[in-house]
Design a protein around this ligand. Structure first.
Ligand code: CA2
Length: 149
């Protein structure tokens, strides 16, 4: 377990965190969230590979890469959650524990955000806890990795 690699992937527009809509997404920037996640990862024995892209194909490539290299995968797919069959298919092909993560409670927002193409392809979903969701997702993925070992 010590030093197990976990990919933490972030989708479109999450690079804008902290600049707008703080009432929905919080005040922290993605760099703040990355620093806290890496610190927590170290504490619980996980080595984090934290990335963000605005491009669906890049995210698909990274999910495939995680399938080869990672012990666990956490993904906040951003708006691709609600549209991407390509991400669904890529995630289905990954055997390690996978968690879908959202800052906001997508079920309490617009109807289109209640639809997720990602949820059927992952082990668990965390949403509505803001930036804390990232550290909680790390704890959760660690448990799932342990259980499978
Ligand atoms: O709640 C989440 O984490 C989301 O994945 C965030 C996505 C949204 O499309 C999903 O429905 C739920 C959007 C992230 C955009 O973040 C921004 C932050 C600041 C300014 C503009 C966009």
């Amino acid at each position: 377990m010590a030093g197990a690699i976990v990919y933490l992937l972030n989708g479109p527009n999450l690079n804008l965190l902290g600049t707008r809509e703080p009432e929905v997404y919080g005040k922290q920037t993605l760099a703040d969230i990355e620093a806290a996640a890496k610190k927590h990862g170290e504490k619980i024995g996980l080595s984090l590979d934290f990335r963000q892209s605005n491009h669906e194909g890049t995210l698909v490539d990274w999910v495939q890469e995680a399938g080869k290299k990672a012990a666990g995968l956490i993904i906040n797919p951003g708006a691709y959650t609600h549209t991407s069959i390509a991400l669904h298919d890529a995630l289905k092909a990954v055997a390690c524990p996978k968690i879908e993560l959202h800052l906001s409670n997508v079920h309490a927002r617009e109807a289109f955000r209640r639809v997720s193409f990602v949820s059927p392809a992952v082990d668990a979903v965390i949403c509505g806890l803001g930036a804390d969701g990232y550290t909680l997702a790390l704890d959760a993925v660690r448990r799932l990795i342990e259980k499978r070992a």
